[in-house]
Design a protein around this ligand. Structure first.
Ligand code: ACO
Length: 325
């Protein structure tokens, strides 16, 4: 039994925050943001707009695109680190609103690679024959957890959600291979304090709670190596080559990380999906957002082989090789 992607959808808040808007909020300039990160604008949720709202919209679109009834879903997994509630899970809120009344639901917290981890989990459930149809979501409102007085982080992030429906199938062009890795000893290089204020034990207590803290240069170096290695691993596991892959879909954190990862992994840039200039870093949502755009505009066609790769807090990273449709 293989796990097949049969539907996709995404959603972003309507409001757009441009680099010029940021210049009015914090000591930065458009040119710096564009050349150092490749970002021109990002979508920003309003005060009364939450990650569950985006997750619900993306999920409804994915279910419609998959042409299934929501009652057929066995499980809803929502990858998020910016849930508007810790309990109930955002997946439970989605389950209720999309009317997936026969589905179990839970959230998955793995920061940026969360969506890939959700796909890997769905693949394992389907291969074990425990479930047949699973909704996997990556959804974040990262703009609610960045400090708009800290120019080294606030210019990078944006909000959005993407979802896929994964179904059991006998066709062998579904999810082919995957890899996940982690190094918890580096947790202090990129973190978001929890509800009760505890931070990694090696760090001083954070004077501003609930905001992302990041050692950008360290993240950069580790991200490139881990993503390139992970991409090579899934190709190797599948006995495939770069030539077999239509698109590399890297986590959209910084255009220079994307460039360096593609170069190190041996992918020419024309084989790399990039939309960071319009969305910024939406954490677990970057991959389904980029994929949904490319499916809708016809760059991704049924049967295309795709390789998604991501890296983030933990550190955690992973890659997955799969056919579309
Ligand atoms: N506007 C203007 N100047 C700025 C800004 C800003 N927004 N932010 C930093 N600077 C300044 C710094 O103060 C510094 O000034 P100085 O030389 O006078 O001290 C100068 O720019 C260079 O700073 P660096 O940190 O060395 O800049 P760098 O080229 O490394 O870019 C960046 C920083 C964009 C954060 C980069 O390191 C990066 O992208 N790292 C990866 C982190 C990331 O993407 N994290 C997202 C979450 S993790 C993930 O998704 C993988």
């Amino acid at each position: 039994m293989n796990a097949h992607l049969i539907g996709i959808g995404s959603a972003v808040p309507e409001a757009v925050l441009t680099n010029a808007d940021l210049e009015k909020i914090v000591d930065t300039n458009s040119e710096w943001i564009e050349t150092r990160a490749g970002i021109k604008e990002r979508h920003k949720s309003g005060d009364d707009e939450w990650v569950s709202d985006l997750a619900i919209k993306a999920s409804q679109r994915a279910i419609e695109n998959a042409k299934i009834s929501p009652g057929e879903l066995d499980l809803v997994i929502c990858a998020t680190v910016t849930g508007d509630t810790t309990m109930p899970s955002i997946a439970s809120v989605v389950q209720y609103y999309v009317k997936a009344k026969n589905a179990a639901a839970y959230d998955l917290g793995a920061a940026c690679p969360g969506f890939i981890y959700g796909m890997v989990t769905a693949d394992a459930f389907i291969r074990s024959r425990m479930f047949r149809k699973i909704l996997v979501i990556g959804a974040e409102t990262t703009t609610k957890v960045v400090d708009y007085t800290d120019r080294s982080t606030c210019v990078l992030f944006g909000d959005g959600a993407g979802a896929v429906v994964i179904s059991a199938s006998n066709d062998d062009r579904g999810i082919i291979s995957s890899h996940m890795g982690g190094d918890g000893s580096l947790g202090n290089l990129l973190y978001l304090p929890g509800m009760r204020g505890r931070v990694p034990v090696t760090l001083e207590k954070d004077p501003i709670p609930f905001y992302v803290k990041m050692a950008g240069n360290d993240v950069f170096k580790h991200a490139v190596k881990a993503m390139a290695d992970s991409a090579a691993k899934v190709l190797d596991l599948a006995g495939c080559t770069i030539g077999d892959v239509k698109y590399l879909i890297p986590h959209q954190a910084n255009i220079r990380i994307i460039d360096a990862t593609a170069r190190r992994a041996g992918f020419p840039m024309e084989k790399v999906l990039v939309n960071i200039e319009r969305y910024g870093n939406t954490s677990s949502a970057t991959i389904p957002l980029a994929m949904d755009e490319a499916v809708r505009d016809g760059r991704i066609q049924k049967g295309d082989l795709l390789l998604a790769v991501s890296f983030g807090s933990g550190f955690s990273w992973g890659a997955i090789l799969f056919g579309w449709g």
